[in-house]
Design a protein around this ligand. Structure first.
Ligand SMILES: *[C@@H]1O[C@H](CO)[C@@H](O)[C@H](O)[C@H]1NC(C)=O
Ligand SMILES: *[C@@H]1O[C@H](CO)[C@@H](O)[C@H](O)[C@H]1NC(C)=O
Ligand SMILES: *[C@@H]1O[C@H](CO)[C@@H](O)[C@H](O)[C@H]1NC(C)=O
Ligand SMILES: *[C@@H]1O[C@H](CO)[C@@H](O)[C@H](O)[C@H]1NC(C)=O
Ligand SMILES: *[C@@H]1O[C@H](CO)[C@@H](O)[C@H](O)[C@H]1NC(C)=O
Ligand SMILES: *[C@@H]1O[C@H](CO)[C@@H](O)[C@H](O)[C@H]1NC(C)=O
Ligand SMILES: *[C@@H]1O[C@H](CO)[C@@H](O)[C@H](O)[C@H]1NC(C)=O
Ligand SMILES: *[C@@H]1O[C@H](CO)[C@@H](O)[C@H](O)[C@H]1NC(C)=O
Ligand SMILES: *[C@@H]1O[C@H](CO)[C@@H](O)[C@H](O)[C@H]1NC(C)=O
Ligand SMILES: *[C@@H]1O[C@H](CO)[C@@H](O)[C@H](O)[C@H]1NC(C)=O
Ligand SMILES: *[C@@H]1O[C@H](CO)[C@@H](O)[C@H](O)[C@H]1NC(C)=O
Length: 748
């Protein structure tokens, strides 16, 4: 049965390909999946180039006996020459292969008939080989390098010096490019194997040249591949003999007769700055239209069209501008089936005489699954904000919504429900998602504990900000907590900063890079808490502050500086403060025993100014009532904010002894960017990895440097991970009883 299928495919293949002129092709794999029954599902897109028509194309075959299923979609034309000259077209076909317990999947196709070329090459071979071992570093299957080209590449002879080819690896592996050993390399061309750039080595002859390249990926670190049959293979970092994946890229380049000027923008079109740069990584979201805007200019020729190598159903809207410019807007709406796909996309601007450089980007499809209505999440440098369109969740009462940490709720206006939090507050969790780290939180509806009847709908919305792990993170030794953002339904969003200052004039804060802050015993430590709020007239109240030897505020080893609003430590001084700022100083101390660090955690409250019943108005309470009825006044819940660590240095050290500053800032010689966390030598005490995800949230987030990198590079990558809105009514007992009485005759 299965063999019959393969045979049939081979016959079909021979029958078709022998007749078709070949213009080149590329294969891109979706991330391969291991199914629960142990088989693998491998989906791949095969793009093929042509001239007048691309409908009639060949198909790849799976190595005999490896695929138990091989479903090919029909061939769809994805691009064509809109000027009616039939100079190019491209098609794409999706294939879904099922592989049982094999260690790899190989695909191939061959044919006799390259388009006629200078070298007289006729035979071509398409090839791809995908390893099906689980990688020890990502704990998933390997992703193949991603590449493609536009269908028709044309360069005037005197203008050819290099051509960048796309070679992107979704796992961040090293990608090597080389000429296929079995193919003839056109003379005058060389390949820069590391950057995958085709270069001229002297004069290239006019006419068509055909290229067969092999792209391979190699891990950057030692890894082990574990196969379905239980065997495993060790791969050494940058061992360039054993690639994880092999994909072939085939294309033709036509060298045109020389032109008078090779200046970009003269006769040859040049891309203007709105155009994505070559090698860019862009992000698209399932069910949301993704757009790329491309603009090119040529002063002495007319741009007639753009060639695009992109996914099926990408639309292309071409318009002429002024001064020889032309632009194209590409729009594509990824479907659920495109989730996690890494789509190669290349484009050129075309005139009758020549063509611009080819630029390529990759588009990574993420998920923003919104099953009902509209939820948007924004990921900024220090916070994530979620906004829900009220109309999309009818029957939801904002006063009965909370975040993972129930002390945080949401706020609303006429049209939206919204909340903001930082990556450390409101119960936001850090999760390891393979290539990404995710900051995850959720919105849940709740009931009052003593409510007997509920008629509200229930809701659960998960949302997150995703950041690729490949980002350099500079904060191995930094545990500086500074920005705390919360949302409460009656108070809107508000935030606190908690800083250590250099002196009692509270003008200069200790920079995040200087943490941990080194202090000597008996020195004064100056700290300040400042609140910001959407409400204009609020008062900050510091209800308690305590010191602990680690960043766990519930550590049984602790020392109270302030409790119930009353100072507890005799060295504590409150300095000039205003309504929203509390500055204080305390003489440095350390915990007895083998503890060299101190963290300070304060519990803070914001109140509406002037409310005589608020906690803020009551100040120091020696015997606070065990329960307060907060509902009477407008004030926030208590929120903990932490600062530290303070690191104690031995006073006997001569350098410290002569230092005049009370707070000694450690000058670290660790470079600002430490790429690999575990290997970097730490000058201070290494911070233990959190037991959960393996990454400690504070190692990652708490410096301005790292958060800025995150924010600028990955604003677009933020996604709503999964939104599940569940509606169901829970009937209280009383309601059921009424129903029973009402329908008693029918019920029994
Ligand atoms: C092309 O392929 C055919 C059949 O596979 C083979 O007979 C022929 O020798 C090949 N031609 C060249 C030039 O390699
Ligand atoms: C090159 O040709 C040899 C022999 O024909 C074949 O075994 C090998 O798989 C080919 N290599 C590639 C990359 O096509
Ligand atoms: C990788 O493995 C090789 C050989 O086993 C070893 O010499 C090398 O130190 C390892 N490299 C790393 C970074 O672990
Ligand atoms: C492309 O569009 C056609 C027609 O609108 C639709 O049938 C097809 O499913 C779409 N393909 C993809 C991959 O979205
Ligand atoms: C481009 O070439 C085609 C065919 O040779 C011709 O019909 C068309 O007018 C030319 N366009 C320009 C702008 O020169
Ligand atoms: C995308 O839209 C389809 C149909 O409207 C829906 O079934 C699917 O769940 C949506 N997917 C996401 C991730 O929002
Ligand atoms: C409600 O809040 C949203 C999000 O902050 C804002 O865009 C909108 O203008 C606000 N609407 C009103 C009526 O205030
Ligand atoms: C604050 O104190 C520091 C250190 O004592 C000093 O260098 C600085 O000039 C002071 N700033 C102001 C505004 O007084
Ligand atoms: C309180 O003081 C801080 C700095 O000390 C200042 O930034 C803030 O604007 C002040 N707030 C008010 C309400 O005066
Ligand atoms: C804040 O509220 C208090 C008490 O209601 C009032 O005295 C004060 O003027 C208000 N301040 C501002 C800036 O509105
Ligand atoms: C890290 O954890 C180890 C073992 O749990 C412990 O011995 C060590 O003291 C910890 N280091 C820090 C800095 O907490």
């Amino acid at each position: 049965m299965e063999e019959g299928l393969v045979l049939l495919l081979i016959f079909a293949l021979v029958g078709i390909t022998s007749a078709v002129t070949f213009y080149g092709d590329s294969i891109s794999f979706m991330p391969p999946q291991k199914r629960s029954d142990g088989t693998f599902e491998v989906k791949f897109y095969h793009r093929q180039n042509g001239r007048e028509s691309c409908k009639d194309q060949s198909s790849l075959t799976c190595a005999s006996g490896v695929c138990t299923n091989f479903d090919q979609s029909s061939v769809l034309q994805t691009d064509q020459d809109n000027t009616g000259q039939g100079r190019w077209c491209q098609s794409e076909r999706l294939t879904t292969a099922t592989v049982s317990t094999n260690n790899y999947l190989s695909l191939s196709d061959f044919g006799c008939c390259w388009l006629s070329n200078i070298e007289g090459t006729t035979n071509w071979t398409t090839y791809a080989k995908l390893d099906l071992g689980i990688r020890s570093d990502t704990r998933t299957l390997n992703n193949c390098p991603v590449t493609t080209t536009v269908s028709s590449l044309r360069v005037p002879q005197n203008c050819f010096s290099w051509m960048h080819l796309l070679a992107y690896d979704p796992d961040g592996d090293e990608v090597g490019c080389r000429f296929s050993p079995n193919a003839t390399v056109p003379s005058g061309f060389t390949l820069d194997e590391a950057s995958c750039t085709l270069r001229s080595s002297g004069q290239v002859s006019t006419g068509v040249h055909v290229f067969e390249l092999i792209l391979e990926d190699f891990p950057n670190q030692n890894i082990t591949l574990t196969y379905a049959d239980g065997t495993s293979v060790f791969l050494e970092a940058s061992d360039f003999n054993t690639p994880l994946c092999i994909v072939k890229l085939q294309f033709a380049v036509e060298i045109l007769p020389p032109i008078p000027s090779c200046e970009a923008g003269h006769v040859q079109p040049m891309f203007l700055s709105v155009t994505p740069s070559n090698g860019g990584v862009l992000h698209a979201t399932v069910n949301q239209t993704f757009q790329i805007y491309i603009q090119a200019q040529a002063h002495h020729s007319i741009i007639q069209d753009f060639q695009v190598s992109g996914p099926e159903n990408m639309t292309k809207v071409f318009t002429y501008g002024t001064s020889g410019t032309a632009d194209v807007t590409l729009s594509w709406t990824p479907q659920q089936s495109d989730l996690f796909r890494v789509v190669p996309l290349c484009f050129t601007a075309e005139t009758n005489e020549t063509q611009s450089e080819m630029r390529c980007v990759v588009v990574i499809v993420n998920q923003a699954s919104i099953s009902q209505g509209k939820v948007t999440v924004e990921c900024l440098a220090n916070k994530m904000s979620v906004v829900i369109d009220k109309a999309s969740v009818p029957g939801i009462d904002v006063n009965f919504l909370k975040l993972r940490d129930p002390s945080c709720s949401l706020t609303s206006n006429d049209t939206y429900i919204m909340g903001s939090m930082s990556f450390s507050t409101c119960g936001t969790k850090l999760e390891d998602k393979g290539d990404f780290i995710a900051f995850v939180n959720e919105i849940n509806s709740f009931e009052l504990p003593n409510a007997i009847i509920t008629r509200r709908k229930t809701i659960k919305i998960d949302f997150s900000c995703l950041f690729p792990k490949t980002v350099s993170i500079s904060t191995y030794y930094s545990l500086h907590n500074s920005d705390y953002i919360f949302t409460e339904s009656k108070f809107g969003s508000f935030g606190y900063t908690f800083d250590i200052f250099l002196s009692d004039n509270f003008t200069t804060v200790v920079e995040p890079s200087a943490y941990p802050v080194e202090v000597k015993l008996m020195d004064m430590i100056y700290m300040g808490i400042q609140a910001e709020s959407e409400l204009p007239n609020v008062t900050l109240f510091v209800e308690s502050c305590k010191a602990t030897p680690d960043d766990n505020p519930n550590n049984p080893i602790s020392y109270d500086l302030i409790s119930n609003g009353c100072t507890q430590d005799e060295t504590l001084q409150i300095y000039q403060s205003n309504q929203t700022t509390v500055n204080f100083g305390v003489e440095a101390f350390k915990f007895t025993g083998n503890y060299n660090q101190v963290y300070i955690t304060c519990s803070v409250i914001l109140c509406e100014t002037g409310d005589p019943f608020s906690r803020c108005a009551q100040g120091c309470l020696e015997n606070p009532p065990s329960r307060r009825r907060r509902a009477l006044s407008r004030e926030t819940d208590r929120h903990d904010i932490t600062q530290g660590p303070l690191q104690f240095v031995q006073q006997a050290l001569p350098s410290a002894a002569v230092d005049n500053n009370r707070v000694v800032i450690q000058k670290s010689d660790i470079p600002a960017t430490v790429k690999s966390l575990p290997e970097s030598p730490s000058p201070v005490v290494p911070i233990n990895k959190s037991s959960g995800g393996g990454w400690n949230i504070k190692e990652i987030i708490y410096t301005n440097i790292s958060t800025t990198v995150f924010a600028t590079a990955f604003l677009l990558s933020m996604v709503v991970m999964a939104v599940v809105v569940r509606y169901f009514r829970r009937k209280g007992k009383a309601e059921d009883q009424t129903a029973l009485i009402g329908y008693s005759g029918r019920e029994k």
